[in-house]
Design a protein around this ligand. Structure first.
Ligand code: GLN
Length: 207
C-alpha cells in the first residue's frame, strides 16, 4: 500500500485537461488514492510523485520550461532518479537526449537515451490513427498521432515498447516513459494505467 499519490501535469500547452481527466478516471477505476493538478511553478516539482509532459510545440514548451525554472527543478529530480515522468508527443521530444532535425531552439531534458525526429510522418500523414501492439498490453491499442515524432535510435537501458512498422513510437527507460502519440485523446486508459503502475512502484520504494 502506498500513500496518496500526487501527479503534476505541466500546464504550458496541449491537451492538459484531457490528461487530467484520464488520470482522474484511472485513479477512480483502480481505486487509487491520489490527486492530479496543473504544475506551473518550479517549487511544485519538489513535492510531486510523478510528472506528465503533454504534447504541444516542443520549441515553445522548452522555452517556457527553461525561463520558469521548471527545467532545472525537473533536472534535479531526474538526477535523483525518483520522479516517474510520462512525455507524450512534444513531451516525448523533450525527454530525448538527441534530436536529428530542427533542434536549435529546444533544450532537451536528456532523460532517455534516445534520438528522435520531430514531425517524422510528413505532411501527408500529419494526423492519423493506427492500431499498434504495445509490450505488456494484451489487445491492440488505437493510437492517435498528431504531427508526431518518431524515436530513431535507442541505446543504454532504454526498452522499446511499441513500433509502427520499424519506427519506434513508445519506449521506457527505468522511471521515464515516452510515447509519440496521444493517449489522453482516447477513452482507452491502459497507458495511463501503465504509468500509474510505474508511479506506485517508485513511490513504494520511497526513494
Ligand atoms: N510537432 C510537435 C513538436 O515537435 C509535436 C506535436 C504534438 O505534440 N502533437 O514539437
Amino acid at each position: 500500500m502506498v500513500g496518496k499519490i500526487s501527479i503534476g501535469v505541466i500546464g504550458i500547452q496541449g491537451a492538459i485537461t484531457e490528461h487530467i481527466n484520464s488520470i482522474e478516471k484511472t485513479l477512480e477505476e483502480t481505486n487509487t488514492s491520489g490527486k492530479v493538478f496543473v504544475v506551473n511553478k518550479k517549487e511544485e516539482i519538489d513535492n510531486i510523485d510523478a510528472l506528465l509532459i503533454p504534447g504541444g510545440e516542443s520549441t515553445v514548451i522548452s522555452r517556457i520550461l527553461f525561463r520558469s525554472g521548471l527545467y532545472s527543478a525537473i533536472f534535479k529530480r531526474l538526477e535523483r532518479k525518483n520522479l516517474p515522468i510520462m512525455g507524450t508527443c512534444a513531451g516525448c521530444v523533450l525527454l530525448a537526449s538527441k534530436i536529428s532535425n530542427d533542434s536549435k531552439d529546444i533544450k532537451l531534458l536528456n532523460a532517455i537515451e534516445m534520438e528522435v525526429t520531430r514531425n517524422a510522418f510528413g505532411r501527408q500523414e500529419e494526423s492519423f490513427e493506427k492500431k499498434i501492439n504495445i509490450e505488456g498490453l494484451i489487445n491492440p491499442y488505437n493510437a492517435i498521432f498528431i504531427r508526431a515524432p518518431v524515436i530513431e535510435k535507442v541505446w543504454g537501458s532504454c526498452k522499446i515498447l511499441a513500433k509502427i512498422e520499424n519506427k519506434m513510437v513508445m519506449v521506457r527507460q527505468e522511471n521515464i516513459l515516452a510515447l509519440s502519440f496521444h493517449p489522453e485523446l482516447t477513452n482507452d486508459l491502459r497507458i495511463h494505467k501503465y504509468f500509474l503502475d510505474m508511479i506506485q512502484i517508485y513511490k513504494s520504494k520511497d526513494l
